[in-house]
Write a protein that binds this ligand. Structure first.
Ligand SMILES: Nc1ncnc2c1ncn2[C@@H]1O[C@H](COP(=O)(O)OP(=O)(O)OP(=O)(O)O)[C@@H](O)[C@H]1O
Length: 262
């Protein structure tokens, strides 16, 4: 499956961040971040451990307040939004957590029904069932409907976690390390699913990852977070065709090692 390439004409931005700053005490984490995620676009955010990637997505989803700067999500100013508007906006944002965040005591069916029953109370039982069947089909796991999370593989848990997010038909997807802890073949399947979600659900996505194979496969553009700012943004080959030592060492350490280990 092919990703849409960087020069595709995307519409207005889904996420627009300007001059974003965030510190914790003396620790400056984000120091003037600018980022535009266009509608329908997948952006991979790369950066070393502790560089502020998770802080960035927490600010985008309104879980953390920035110190200064402007954060616009689907036309709403998240840095200055009422609690009710934020709650409404969050329904349009899907999170795929590193841990998959499934409820272990619930079956796959119950895990998928949960967000619908909680957020779309108007839906009939039949409509809930149809939505569950559809989304399971999309992630290729129809057969797991009656299983418990403990009976699923790591890759299957990730897929069900993504399905649970997709069932609310989000406009934005935030993937936190979607391929971490998975073998290369399962990583490839998750990468294909991320592209399928982009194409089928028309989502705009931020993919936080250390896995450069994932970034290359899934993202229209890469953004490298270094020293509190996006040092380089562009398509994969452009970003890594550089003499910048920090960017090169990130590539050499992560990608060369990863590729050689295949
Ligand atoms: N609520 C908080 N209070 C204090 N410090 C925090 C808080 N949240 C994050 N930090 C600090 O901000 C820095 C960036 O954290 P963040 O979790 O965004 O890193 P990351 O780039 O996602 O790292 P990793 O790739 O390891 O997940 C870290 O030094 C972290 O300790």
């Amino acid at each position: 499956m092919e990703t849409t390439k960087e020069n595709t004409a995307f519409e207005e931005p889904a996420i627009l961040i300007k001059g974003l700053k965030k510190s914790f005490g003396n620790l400056v984490v984000l120091n003037g971040v600018d980022l535009e995620v266009r509608k329908g676009e997948n952006i991979a955010v790369l950066g070393r451990s502790g560089s502020g990637k998770s802080v960035l997505i927490k600010i985008i989803s309104g879980l953390l307040q920035p110190d200064s700067g402007s954060v616009q999500v689907l036309g709403e100013q998240v840095d200055n939004i009422s609690a009710a508007d934020l709650q409404r906006l969050r329904l349009k944002i899907g999170f795929s957590f590193q841990s998959s965040a499934l409820y272990d005591s619930m079956s796959v069916r119950e895990n998928l029904a949960f967000p619908l029953v909680r957020n779309k109370r108007e839906l009939s039982a039949a409509a809930v069932n149809t939505a569950i069947e559809e989304v399971l089909h999309e992630v290729g796991l129809s057969q797991t409907i009656m299983q418990m999370p403990s009976e699923l593989s790591g890759g299957q848990r990730k897929r069900i976690g993504i399905a649970r997010t997709l069932i609310l038909k989000p406009e934005i997807m935030l993937y936190d390390e979607p391929t971490s802890g998975l073998d290369p073949i399962t990583c490839g399947e998750i990468n294909k699913l991320i592209i399928k979600v982009q194409q089928q659900y028309k989502t705009s996505s931020i993919i936080i990852t250390h896995d450069l194979t994932c970034a290359k496969a899934t993202a229209n553009r890469i953004a490298m977070l270094l020293d509190g700012k996006f040092l380089a943004t562009g398509n994969f080959d452009t970003v890594f065709d550089t003499q910048n030592e920090s960017v090169r060492s990130f590539y050499d350490y992560n990608f060369t090692t990863h590729e050689n280990n295949k």
